[in-house]
Write a protein that binds this ligand. Structure first.
Ligand SMILES: Cc1ncc(COP(=O)(O)O)c(C=O)c1O
Length: 383
């Protein structure tokens, strides 16, 4: 199968990821941080090693400022539910995934917070000054995605962070579509929190992810429970990362994630970015030649996330995706991609879009096969 659904989860993974998962299960399946014996220590060392790799990638000086979660969604929930209090106001954008929108909307609908959406356009994302204009004295949080998972549009995180700092508002960045594929740098951005998945651009297993928390920022935990240490305390320990990592960790997944991050570090984010962007440019050119096609998001040559979503006039997006799977063995994704507001930006809420997303293991041949198949199907279906 030609796999072009890397924005959902990258696949395949570097073989060392599966090796590390298997080793964690078959060689040292003990509980990390829950014992002093050799196997528990080995499990704890694997977890600590992955945290260090992530700190290197994110250029974070203290690895304990990164806490493990099960995916990006859990990190986003921890951040949003952990800082917002009754009477607060939050600001977000029309590019957000439901993983940002739904926790915010749940708080709004329960009468806990007020919420404002700032709109933007497919090419430029959101203007930081438009965010500045909607801030209120009680605005506590700006929650924004680094890149739209539907349109590929990149948001100006540096500019938004500047507004947040000047106005004393916390900034949460959803790096789900960019981590590992382009620089994600909480320090340079001065972001307070950055949530990320382990199973996309970091090439780790599903069931992994994390949240970076700025030093000194107190966030209420999402889960309460056993943390291995500090067992004499009734309260959740104040110490990171334990405060946020109750219950037994996903050691095999985290060990696999560590190898995924090492792979990204060894390849270099720059090289991965160049490879993926070259494929995206080729895809853009190939699709552009197909009659009736509409490509969404930034124009060719403009930086974007490693995906292109498109529609073909008169062709149902879901049908196209099914036919690509059934007749060409090509995996893409059709529909709303959990981000209906981004479809409002593009005017594609009713029709949905077909999303093609690339990763390090895709080749020029994959792109050419996809363009060829889309062209054939478009010609046949538009008749
Ligand atoms: C922009 C964005 N945010 C959040 C998520 C949720 O990620 P996860 O599935 O790791 O929870 C995704 C997943 O597709 C995404 O694209």
């Amino acid at each position: 199968m030609i796999y072009l659904d890397n924005a959902a989860s990258t696949w395949p993974k570097p073989p060392r990821v599966a090796t590390a998962v298997a080793e964690a299960i078959s060689e040292y399946g003990a509980n990390p941080g829950r014992g002093t014996h050799r196997l528990a220590q080995r499990a704890a060392a694997a977890v600590a090693d992955t945290r260090r790799q992530l700190a290197t990638l994110l250029r974070v000086s203290n690895p304990d400022d990164i806490v493990f979660t099960h995916n990006a969604t859990e990190g986003l929930n921890l951040a949003i539910l952990g800082v917002l209090m009754p009477g607060d106001h939050a600001v977000t954008t029309t590019f957000e995934h439901n993983s940002v929108r739904r926790p915010l909307e749940a708080l709004r609908r329960a009468g806990v917070i007020d919420l404002t959406y700032v709109a933007g356009d497919e090419r430029n994302g959101v203007d930081p000054d438009d965010i500045r204009r909607v801030l209120r004295p009680n605005t506590k949080l700006i929650a924004v995605t680094h890149a739209s998972n539907v349109l590929g549009t990149l948001l100006d995180i540096g500019g938004i962070a500047k507004v947040a700092k000047e106005c004393g508002v916390l900034l949460l960045v959803d790096a789900a579509q960019t981590i590992g594929a382009m620089p994600v740098d909480p320090g340079t951005w001065q972001a307070d929190m950055v949530a990320f998945p382990g199973h996309k651009g970091l090439y780790g297993p599903q069931g992994t992810g994390g949240l970076y928390l700025r030093p000194g920022l107190d966030v209420r935990p999402l889960h309460y429970g056993g943390t291995g240490g500090y067992s004499d305390r009734i309260d959740q320990p104040p110490v990171r990362p334990y405060r946020y990592e109750s219950g037994t960790l996903n050691t095999p997944g985290i060990a696999g994630l560590g190898e995924g991050v090492k792979f990204v570090l060894e390849m270099g984010v720059d090289q991965i970015q160049k490879h993926n962007q070259a494929l995206i440019d080729r895809l853009y050119d190939g699709l552009s030649d197909i009659p009736g096609i509409r490509i969404t998001g930034p124009p060719r040559g403009t930086p974007r996330a490693d995906l292109i979503s498109f529609s073909v006039e008169g062709v149902d997006a879901a049908e196209m995706a099914v036919l690509l799977n059934d007749h060409y063995d090509i995996a893409v994704r059709a529909g709303l991609h959990c981000a209906p507001l981004a479809h409002e930006v593009a005017g594609t809420l009713e029709t949905g879009l077909i999303r093609v997303s690339v990763g390090w293991f895709n080749t020029v041949d994959d792109i050419d096969a996809c363009v060829g198949a889309v062209g054939e199907l478009a010609a046949a279906l538009r008749l």
